[in-house]
Design a protein around this ligand. Structure first.
Ligand SMILES: [Zn+2]
Ligand SMILES: [Zn+2]
Length: 469
């Protein structure tokens, strides 16, 4: 049976809670428009899946409300027709949301009848292939969802995930407790282990920061790991590439193969999948769309801008790691600057472009080098492009520290170990001076990616991520 799940942006969850609240405990109702992410094949269970992402929450107009009590809510459907019209025009999926303030955890027979009528109406209006999602808020914070599609039997979503500065998962298939993670349960409670086990996490770039990130994720008990990299092990990587051996470098073994081998050898029941290729390849899209979190551990500027768009279109947080080790400019050994940066990219926070954490000119040069190498070389000789320059310094303790900071940001999204709750949008640690700065990462209002809600949670569009070329 085809599986589906829903991701709610926390600002939408907050708005739903406000719209559905009633002073005397009556049921409430609202609409949503959802983006759709069709996954042809999940990398782990190899099954097709659909993920719906919250795009907009819409109040039902006062004049459409008919009646409500603690057991029912009814409204007339003028505004539902408008919702369907917008869904069709904008390529979105209409959704109805109602509450069960008394705590009934499920869909009632009355719900079945109402939704069946609304689905028929939606299908008559929008044609074959129309879907209707129904979400019920149980009490004031538990969500259940199902999808009407094809026939008259709705399909239950196995998971509703809410993401803002933390990740909250409400799942119908929670895993059993793990013996190997018992000591971690002593720190955070067994629930956190269960959440980690359910997560699917991609690591893009398996070098100095990516390889320790993979090791840490596996030891934390993240159930599903995807590693993406198109490089092979070289002798110059062995000072920092966790798991890699001299033999791997002698035989130019792909870095992703080393990651998969090492995690499999741990014997911790972690399912690791690997893809060798550049992150933009069409066959990697599905794999990335299947993930709950993406770690950006590449110094490729174009790839990082690409991941940033995934975060906004698909509501998949990207935790991006950067390390600055700037050599002295007089040719003597030594560093002028040493700093680690971890950025969390997700709607309501600024994109890489607005943070200044990606060099857009360099990103264009990388695109040219990848897509038209001859033209890139020509422009380089004529000094139209700057080229990548000398290899950057790399020290294993610094790359590992940056990786630990990044994985702790994921942990902060799951457990309140810092007290404040949730992740920080950006941390910048001066490795030589021993201090750290948190940065707010405010979006710029004129930015197409992070400055307006147009793309946030939009899901699949053609062209992919609304990118030309
Ligand atoms: Zn109901
Ligand atoms: Zn921006």
């Amino acid at each position: 049976m085809k599986r589906s799940d829903i991701t709610l942006h926390a600002r939408h969850r907050d708005k739903l809670q406000a719209l559905l609240a009633h002073p005397r405990g009556h049921e409430g109702a609202a609409y949503m428009l959802l983006g759709k992410s069709e996954i042809a094949q999940d990398p782990w269970d190899l099954e097709p899946r659909t993920r719906y992402t919250s795009y907009e929450v819409i109040a039902i107009p006062q004049e459409d409300r008919v009646d409500a009590s603690d057991k029912h809510v009814t409204w007339n459907t003028n505004s539902f027709a408008q919702l369907c019209r917008r869904a069709k025009e904008e390529g979105l999926v209409p959704a109805i949301v109602h509450s069960h303030p008394g705590g009934f955890d499920g869909f009632s027979e009355q719900d079945d009848r109402n939704e069946c009528d609304l689905f028929t109406m939606a299908r008559n209006r929008n044609g074959e292939g129309t879907r209707l999602v129904s979400v019920v808020q149980v009490g004031d914070s538990l969500y259940r969802a199902r999808v009407w599609e094809d026939d008259m039997t709705p399909l239950h979503c196995h998971r509703v995930t809410t993401i803002g500065t933390r990740i909250e998962i409400q799942s119908t298939d929670a895993p059993p407790p793990s013996e190997t993670l018992a000591r971690q349960a002593l720190a955070f409670g067994p629930e956190v282990n269960g959440l980690l086990k359910q997560l699917s996490v991609a690591v893009v770039g398996c070098g100095g920061t990516g390889s320790p990130v993979v090791q840490l994720l596996a030891r934390l008990g993240v159930g599903h790991i995807l590693v993406i990299d198109d490089d092979v092990v070289e002798h110059s990587n062995l000072n920092r590439l966790y798991g890699a051996t001299r033999k791997d470098a002698d035989h130019a073994v792909p870095k992703v193969d080393v990651m998969a081998r090492e995690v499999t050898m741990m014997g911790l029941d972690i399912e690791i999948q690997s893809v060798s290729g550049w992150v933009d390849a069409p066959d990697i899209r599905d794999a990335l769309k299947s993930c709950d979190i993406i770690f950006g551990c590449t110094d490729d500027h174009s790839g990082r801008l690409y991941l940033n768009r995934i975060a906004h279109f698909y509501l998949i947080p990207v935790i991006d790691v950067g390390l600055v080790l700037m050599p002295r400019d007089d040719g003597e050994p030594g560093l002028l600057e040493m700093a680690a940066r971890v950025s969390v990219l997700f709607p309501t926070s600024a994109c890489h472009g607005c943070r200044g954490t990606v060099d857009r000119v360099r990103a264009r040069e990388e695109d040219l080098e990848r897509l038209d190498p001859a033209e890139y070389e020509r422009q380089k000789t004529e000094a139209y492009v700057r080229g990548a320059g000398n290899p950057a310094p790399a020290v294993v303790t610094f790359t590992s520290e940056a990786a630990t900071m990044a994985v702790n940001e994921l942990l902060a999204g799951l457990v309140d170990f810092r007290g404040s709750g949730g992740w920080t949008w950006q941390r910048y640690r001066k490795l030589d001076k021993g201090f750290e700065r948190s940065q707010a990462a405010q979006p710029r209002s004129d930015c197409p990616v992070c400055g307006s809600e147009e793309y946030w949670g939009l899901g699949d569009v053609d062209p992919f991520l609304d990118r030309i070329g």
